[in-house]
Ligand binder design. Structure first.
Ligand code: AHR
Length: 657
């Protein structure tokens, strides 16, 4: 099957001048009498990867960086002062480091340490923060520490905003916890700990600070505004944990899900490949604490109502970073990797009597997570990929025939690798194929009909990573989002074959990004949703139940030559009809509507129109103006003709009575 598409010359559809003398609007025929393929519940989804400080420093609400002193530079993120000793025989086997705070030897000197957080520690006035620490007084006695929120830049008489004391009253390791209310808002506070008992030493391990008010109030929880931004997308599927971090720069640093479950204190640190992938965006303090691990991913999926979709390593380290075949696991040595995949399914779905099901139950979720999908490999390519995928498929099918398996078509939207991998995925009977396309304007404009010609008998499509990346404008902007909305009419029209789609990447910290555009941006206190987020959200909200044919002279509007930059698709949802039209041109256009297939006595009434439009093409929302670009709901009166302004994504909503 050759799925290569000819990319039309730049801005083809856009440059088509709309015929100024066109007297008659086109007629869009809507065949509501004969609904087509169901829209899959997995449409439209989200793709999470710990890139751009998406986990630690982002969604994962922990505010302390390097909380267990396990970074290769054990004091990275910390400023110790006085007598602070790093030790490595702590209570948590896989995170053995801790610090001993002791007498500095002079009454006017102090022992303690500061933590800088992730680009500072964001605190809000009146909000409560849970400070916790594993501690002991190793030589007996009662030790005491003073915990402060501090502004080191303060010109005031004192640097601290607030102080709280914690008494350490045992020589055995115990967890201590105290809730601190912040009297101020500061996006860049630091946490300072003083030893107040110079004659009683204390040992400290896993020093942690979370807002009390996390998403759903979980202790090891998620940042509320960011999790809410996911929930508001009503995602059908939640893919995690990546992306390239699934693969690792080397096999040792691949995402190892087994290290991400169990007590957080004992989850070993992993390097984050996005620390150094781009030397021009270099972040030497970027690691994965795994505090946001597979249990948390599954739980979050459940809480936001989406199907979990974990991706596991297929034994190939990142192929962009490794040419040497020895960097990868040999096919004959894959068993432990295959076992990891099988164990993951057991962790998600197994009864609490099974080894991994028991761990899930112990972590607080005896009921299964009802996993239905698993991806094997990220964006792998070459013959080495199917060679490794095959034994995974055999083993998973044998033990869990009900699980759907997702393979990859590589990093490109077309070309040799793509053309090699699709037939390979069909041969191996993968259920879905994960396609990735970070492509420019002209590509998005030319792909309205991409899926129309796909083989209906082969695997289904998972558009697993995509975003419009404009040349010279590699940042979020309205026009890119508009082209994404245009392209997505083709996903919707091809609901029989396109079963999943996830924009990527999802999150980015404004001070810590490696890749853009991204769907949701934030600093330490605030976040904003981009125009692309709104496009995704509109597709989810008006997803409908079944596709209906929407054609002009028998052809779908796909931005093709002669269609003046118009794209359209339509769905029914009970007695509602949602017609999505995207006008990427700079001219207002009209469409006459012809509802076909109405039964006798049935009539159509107009409900409303949702309009997402701007002529401010190269800007987007930002932290100061989070709602500059938002869709608006307007009255809709006519059922026979609709207008669509320049640069507009519009959803016309009707009711059949
Ligand atoms: O989304 C960023 C990266 O793009 C992903 O990690 C990878 O799968 C793709 O190359």
């Amino acid at each position: 099957m050759n799925k290569s598409k000819t990319i039309l010359t730049a801005l083809l559809a856009l440059s088509l001048s709309v015929n100024a003398f066109a007297q008659e609007p086109r007629t869009l025929e809507l065949n509501i009498g004969k609904p087509g393929a169901p829209i899959q519940p997995t449409m439209y989804g989200i793709f999470f990867e710990d890139i751009n400080y998406a986990a630690d420093g982002g969604l994962y609400a922990e505010l302390i960086k390097n909380r267990s002193f396990e970074f290769p530079n054990a004091f990275q993120g910390w400023k110790p002062f006085g007598n602070v000793e790093l030790r490595n025989d702590g209570p948590f086997e896989r995170n053995p480091h801790y610090v001993r705070l002791g007498n500095v030897g002079h009454g006017h000197k102090h022992t303690g340490l500061d933590n800088e957080g992730f680009f500072g520690i964001g605190i809000k006035e009146g909000e409560e923060y849970r400070f916790s620490v594993w501690a002991r007084a190793p030589f007996g006695g009662e030790g005491r520490i003073r915990v402060e929120f501090v502004d080191t830049d303060s010109m005031g008489e004192r640097q601290h905003y607030t102080q709280t004391r914690v008494r350490i009253n045992s020589s055995e390791w115990k967890q201590y916890e105290v809730v601190i209310k912040s009297p101020v808002t500061d996006p860049k506070a630091i946490l300072r700990i003083f030893l107040e008992t110079p004659t009683v030493s204390v040992d400290l391990e896993h020093i942690s600070l979370f807002p009390v008010d996390t998403w759903k109030g979980h202790k090891n929880g998620m940042r509320k505004d960011l999790a809410q931004a996911l929930a508001d997308l009503k995602p059908g599927v939640f893919r995690f944990p990546g992306g390239c971090i699934v693969e690792g720069t080397d096999l040792d640093t691949r995402y190892n899900w087994k290290n991400s479950v169990g007590p957080v204190e004992n989850r070993p640190l992993n390097e984050n490949r996005w620390q150094y992938t781009f030397p021009h965006r270099f972040y030497p303090d970027y690691y994965q604490s795994y505090g946001l691990g597979f249990y948390e991913f599954f739980l979050l999926s459940e809480e936001i109502g989406s199907e979990p979709l974990p991706i596991v390593s297929c034994g190939l380290a990142c192929q962009f970073q490794n040419n040497d075949e020895h960097a990868h696991v040999a096919v004959e040595d894959l068993d432990p990797y295959i076992q990891d995949a099988l164990d993951l399914i057991e962790f998600a779905n197994g009864s609490p009597d099974t080894k991994w099901g028991a761990l899930r139950a112990e972590m607080g979720h005896p009921e299964p997570f009802n996993l239905k999908y698993i991806g094997v490999g990220n964006e792998q390519w070459g013959p080495e990929y199917p060679a490794r995928l095959e034994p995974f498929i055999k083993a998973i099918r044998a033990k869990y025939p009900e699980i759907q398996i997702i393979g990859s078509s590589g990093p490109n939207s077309e070309g040799d690798q793509f053309d090699f991998l699709w037939p390979e995925m069909a041969r191996l009977e993968a259920d879905l194929v994960d396609e990735h396309f970070y492509r420019p304007y002209d590509w998005f404009l030319s792909q309205g009909a991409r899926y129309d010609s796909y083989d209906r008998k082969g695997p289904k499509v998972f558009a697993g990573e995509y975003a419009c990346h404009a040349k010279g404008r590699k940042y979020n902007h309205f026009y890119a989002a508009l082209l994404e909305s245009a392209f997505m009419t083709g996903l919707e029209r091809n609901a029989d074959i396109v079963h999943m789609a996830t924009y990527a990447p999802l999150f980015a910290h404004v001070e810590g990004w490696q890749w853009r555009p991204d769907l949701i941006w934030y600093d330490n206190l605030n976040s904003f949703r981009t125009a692309s987020w709104h496009v995704q959200q509109l597709y989810s909200q008006y997803k409908g139940e079944k596709v209906i044919k929407a054609t002009v002279n028998g052809a779908a509007l796909t931005g093709a030559e002669g269609q003046d930059g118009l794209f359209a698709s339509a769905v029914v949802d009970g007695n509602k009809v949602y017609v999505k039209v995207v006008n990427v041109s700079d001219k207002e256009q009209s469409l006459a509507l012809n509802f076909k297939g109405l039964k006798r006595k049935q009539s159509v009434s107009a409900v409303q129109r949702v309009k997402f439009q701007s002529e401010n093409l190269y800007e987007d929302n930002d932290l100061k103006n989070p709602d500059n670009f938002v869709p608006v709901v307007e009255a809709l009166n006519a059922t026979d003709i609709v207008k669509i302004e320049p640069y507009c994504f519009s959803i016309y909503c009707f009711e059949i009575n």
